[in-house]
Design a protein around this ligand. Structure first.
Ligand code: SAH
Length: 346
């Protein structure tokens, strides 16, 4: 069944007219669903109209499956989609606002060796409305509305490869930043990709204001191929060419994610190789000590060593930070909680 959140306000006006309702009803409907309500919960439209809508559209695209609150205030959500699949998200609070990590696919087919999201492969893409629904649900769950938002920033870093679901993700950007909706500025949105170079170039043409984040994780092709199958398709050279193209078009600083894996990519030699790769580029490096995923048999670098790696990059003039581990007590990393739930249920 379809989902009303896939549609813009003018499109919902068309739907209202088609179903024999006045055009102004669209605004009430739109406001209701953007407040995170199910169609059946919207009080200012008639029962008959709701019944008509429910023959075509799901009452609500996502429901809460599990919610865990960590000691540091990080909230992990597992949602159930209308078809029964489950996806996850995390809300992290910072001094500047609350960042929601959203999923873009059920599962993932990229096969990165350290990532739990890809363990069962790709089940399906999420629609634009299903990605948006995560934002609206969490905003409401935390007492927010369209004026007083409790989700201020979004990162596409949940399960899935956003550029492998390109059309729906691009549509999501326009829905989530549209003025009559929740109106979250594209500047407050980051898209993280394992590096689909062709799609990066395609996206550059759209001149979006989002931050492009590249999951690099290795400073050379040989090492990258060992942990990320996508490296067999796009070499680092090809990837960097696309990244530079994106920067030249948008002038947005690029962020690189580099997960530190003990004894693998965390040596000073790797730091220097990384520096050589990135020098001259307007960028920032996020160092993330690998969150151990039991099924994967790789360990994270300890924090002391991570800071030494950072210092080595900084000495050479590359800005970097060691990411705080948030929500470690609640299976905070990508796909971990979903993987655990699926395992427990089977
Ligand atoms: N598919 C996208 C978005 C996914 S995730 C991408 O690859 O960028 C967000 C980040 O978390 C990615 O950089 C991913 O490589 C990283 N990641 C996944 N599993 C991890 C783990 N166990 N520990 C640390 N980082 C991990």
């Amino acid at each position: 069944m379809n989902n009303l959140l896939n549609y813009t306000l003018p499109e919902i006006e068309e739907i209202c007219l088609r179903l024999g309702e006045k055009k102004f009803r669209a605004k009430q409907l739109f406001e209701g669903i953007y407040q995170g309500k199910a169609i059946s919960e919207i009080s200012n439209i008639s029962k008959e109209f709701k019944e008509k809508l429910l023959t075509e559209f799901v009452d609500t695209p996502i429901k809460l499956h599990t919610k865990l609150v960590g000691k540091d205030g990080t909230i992990k959500y597992v949602y159930q989609l209308a078809d029964g699949n489950i996806i996850e998200g995390v809300l992290m609070s910072y001094s500047y606002g609350n960042t929601l990590c959203v999923s873009t696919q059920v599962g993932c087919r990229m096969g990165c060796k350290f990532c739990a999201s890809t363990l069962g492969g790709l089940i399906r893409n999420l629609s634009a409305g299903e990605i948006l629904a995560q934002v609206l649900f969490v905003n409401r769950d935390n007492g927010g509305d369209l004026k007083n938002r409790k989700v201020t920033n979004i990162v596409l870093m949940g399960s899935g490869e956003p550029l492998d679901n390109y059309d729906n993700v691009i549509k999501f950007f326009s829905l989530v930043s549209s003025e009559n909706g929740i109106n979250i500025s594209q500047r407050n949105i980051s898209l993280s990709t394992c590096g689909l170079a062709d799609k990066i170039k395609e996206m550059a043409e759209l001149n979006l204001q989002i931050t492009l984040t590249i999951s690099l994780h290795a400073p050379n092709d040989q090492m990258r191929k060992e942990i990320m199958p996508i490296a067999n398709k796009y070499s680092i050279e090809k990837l960097m060419e696309a990244v530079k193209y994106y920067f030249n078009k948008t002038k947005r600083r690029i962020v690189f994610e580099y997960s530190l894996i003990s004894g693998k990519n965390d040596t000073f030699a790797c730091a220097d190789e990384l520096f050589n790769l990135l020098k001259g580029l307007s960028c920032h490096v996020n160092l993330i000590p690998l969150n151990e995923v039991k099924e994967r048999g790789m360990q994270g670098t300890n924090r002391k060593k991570a800071y030494a790696f950072m210092a080595r990059l900084e000495k050479n003039g590359i800005s970097s930070t060691v990411r705080r581990t948030m929500g470690a007590d609640i299976e905070g990393a990508c796909g971990q909680l979903r993987a655990k739930i699926l395992k427990d249920e089977n």
